[in-house]
Write a protein that binds this ligand. Structure first.
Ligand code: WTA
Length: 656
């Protein structure tokens, strides 16, 4: 198991109080904030919201008609202005001191580099907003973004925000079909993509996948294509539909007025996996979301003007939205972005980047940390990491050994480690240490951020003070999802039905220790977490069943040293189909083609039938046991049907 059992976790006695030095300078130093924020969360959040730039003030801080919240509802603002203009122009329209400050420092995988000051970012975003405006897009229209990690990915999102367009970013590792489904669900009018991006020395041809996706999308009118390398563009362009980014930028106006948005206007939708086969478009709005990411960036990462901040997430995930774009830029921070893989050309790439750019804050995922551990400390030791002053972790539970390794080997036992628990749905970090205040324990995300009412509840919705249960949020918070795009019924059902509309159900299991610290244990639903990426069992099952040889499929997660979880698929084939190792390989590739490489099962186990309960539910517990090798020893691609049969006997009569 990558995450030890709860008994082991709770007996974890190592703890790390903040250093005197860190404590003395931290942005958040007053521990009484937990209590004052809990007493009046609205007042707490209002104070944060006031640090943003608003065109019109709000009257109502929170309008809560469960399960629908509106925050700062009469207020008007623009997210792009808060992330860019505010750092370039002062109150009187003169030049702001930050306009010459670096906003984005970028390095591509092959080693090409670019730096954009806030002034540069302002010019780029204004021009690109003009490009979007000229193709006829209007406030509220959805725009799909399918980009490599380049400054243009950030510029694209900010330009959408400037015009009140709703961006829907699709991770560049997703397949053409996944892109098509997301475009169709959001009814996006335009797509912003690139000819290609670099990954492990290979060109990932995004435009080619986009062309395939666009064969099945009626809503897309225009495609804007960023040329990753001027020397060799690698795609074809469809006349009348496709436009080159660089050509349009040359023709664009220098200034494009920002559109003043209502606090509750949609800022973006981002698709994430759930328990059905269909990903859901999580809806985030403008004022509350920005307040949440602004506040958490400032306090959790202790963000200051002189920092060089690096969050390794791709903008295709929520972490990229909140902690590459909106959180740090609304704070006027310097953000470092890297395009490629951590082991390219060598396994020390990340450490070389930290050394080269003097990164001070580093935020990554446990799956990456476990890979670094496996690669060994020699790669780390040859680089100077003394610029680092704070480390963060996100995406899945971090096992104590990985936490300690991170803290010692990367942080030089000098940097606080913040393990941050949150979700696409929560918009911003929810459970986390505050680095100047919280004594950390390896493996625990510690406490709720001030103003967040996080609890563990039992089945009946009663609070479990110390012990295990379901993770829940019992009061609305500004950056919460507002709904699921075009499917409010699913929103109510997924997040609010467990306790009759009273509390938000997160889908995670967690424990709370005697001191009230949270210890996360993973999902309690049919959502898996592979290398920090959320993936639904049903999505992968649907992809497999789509193959002509497959009759039925059931997918479970098995523990994996590096990825946290790996996918194991149990497959029954159609009459007359012969099972073989070759077919298993074909099916793995099929899942990867349908969804993306993250959905490729590690193992395919052929079985004559799938074990089901009397009510017809697949017995996942049994399958998980088989996948974990509890009964089988090493799993092989061709499981002996008799083994499945004997396990079935063992579990016979038990309903899951
Ligand atoms: C898991 C990523 C334990 C959790 C920001 C959650 C975590 C899901 C942590 C959301 C953490 C995220 N400790 N588990 N620090 N952070 N998770 O939507 O299961 O991609 O429900 O958001 O990741 O994944 P999502």
């Amino acid at each position: 198991m990558t995450h030890p059992s709860i008994d082991v976790l709770l007996s974890e006695t190592r703890n790390f109080p903040p250093s005197e030095d860190f404590k003395a300078k931290a942005n958040s130093r007053d521990a009484s904030v937990y209590e004052t924020a809990a007493r009046d969360p609205e007042k707490f959040w209002e104070k944060w919201a006031k640090e943003l730039k608003w065109d019109n003030p709000w009257k109502t801080t929170l309008d809560w008609k469960p399960p629908h919240a509106q925050w700062f509802k009469e207020g008007k603002l623009n997210a792009c202005v808060n992330c860019v203009d505010r750092h370039v122009l002062d109150e009187k329209g003169g030049e702001h001191a930050r306009s010459k400050k670096k906003a984005l420092i970028w390095e591509g995988e092959p080693g090409d580099t670019r730096t954009l000051t806030y002034g540069d970012l302002y010019r780029e975003v204004n021009r690109f907003a003009n490009v979007l405006k000229k193709i006829g897009l209007q406030k509220g229209d959805r725009v799909a973004v399918y980009m490599p990690m380049t400054p243009e990915a950030v510029i694209a999102c900010l330009a959408c925000a400037r015009l009140g367009l709703v961006h829907s970013v699709v991770f560049g590792g997703f397949s053409a079909e996944s892109l098509r489904d997301r475009i169709n669900d959001a009814e996006a009018r335009a797509l912003i993509t690139a000819d290609f991006g670099w990954r492990r020395g290979k060109r990932i041809e995004l435009k080619k996948a986009a062309d395939e996706a666009l064969q099945g999308t009626a809503s897309i009118e225009k495609v804007i294509v960023y040329r990753r390398d001027e020397k060799e563009p690698v795609c074809t362009m469809k006349s009348g539909r496709d436009l080159w980014w660089h050509e349009e930028m040359q023709k664009a106006a220098e200034f494009t007025a920002p559109v003043s948005c209502h606090a509750e206007d949609m800022l973006f939708t981002l698709y994430t996996s759930g328990t059905t086969g269909k990903p859901k478009g999580i809806v985030h709005t403008t004022g509350g979301y920005l307040t949440g990411v602004y506040a958490t960036t400032k306090w959790v990462f202790d963000m200051r003007d002189e920092d060089v901040y690096w969050c390794t997430a791709d903008i295709g995930w929520i972490t990229g939205h909140s902690y590459v774009i909106y959180g740090p830029l609304s704070n006027g921070a310097t953000v470092f972005i890297y395009e490629g893989s951590p082991d390219w050309p060598e396994k020390d790439r990340f450490w070389r980047l930290i050394e080269k750019y003097k990164v001070t804050i580093f935020y990554t995922a446990p799956t990456a940390i476990r890979a670094f551990m496996k690669w060994g400390t020699d790669w780390v030791k040859r680089c100077d990491l003394s610029s680092l002053r704070l480390l963060g972790s996100v995406g899945e539970p971090i096992n104590p050994e990985a936490w300690i390794w991170y803290q010692e080997q990367i942080g030089g036992s000098r940097c606080p480690v913040v393990d941050t628990w949150w979700q696409t749905e929560t918009g911003a970090i929810m459970v986390t240490p505050l680095p100047g205040l919280t004594t950390t324990k390896p493996g625990s995300a510690t406490r709720a951020f001030p103003g967040i009412a996080a609890e563990i509840l039992n089945e009946e919705g009663q609070i479990v003070k110390a012990g295990g249960g379901f993770m829940a949020i019992t009061k609305p918070w500004p950056s919460m999802l507002r709904t699921i795009f075009n499917d409010d019924a699913r929103y109510q059902q997924t997040y609010w039905s467990k306790w009759q509309g009273r509390f938000y159900f997160a889908g995670d299991g967690a424990h709370r220790d005697e001191e009230g610290y949270f210890w996360f244990m993973g999902r309690v639903d049919d959502v898996m977490n592979v290398a920090g990426h959320r993936i639904g069992t049903m999505e992968v099952e649907s992809a497999l069943v789509d193959h002509p040889s497959v009759a039925e499929a059931a997918v479970v997660g098995k523990p994996h040293d590096i990825k946290g979880q790996a996918l194991v698929a149990f497959v029954t084939v159609k009459e007359g189909v012969a099972t073989s190792a070759a077919l298993a390989e074909v099916l793995k590739q099929h899942a990867a083609k349908k969804i993306g490489a993250i959905a490729k099962p590690d193992d395919i186990i052929f079985t004559a039938d799938l074990p089901k309960t009397r009510s017809g539910k697949i017995m996942r517990r049994l399958l998980r046991d088989i996948a974990e090798g509890k009964a089988l020893g090493d799993t092989t691609t061709l499981a002996d049907a008799a083994v499945v049969e004997s396990l079935k006997q063992k579990y016979a009569g038990t309903e899951e």
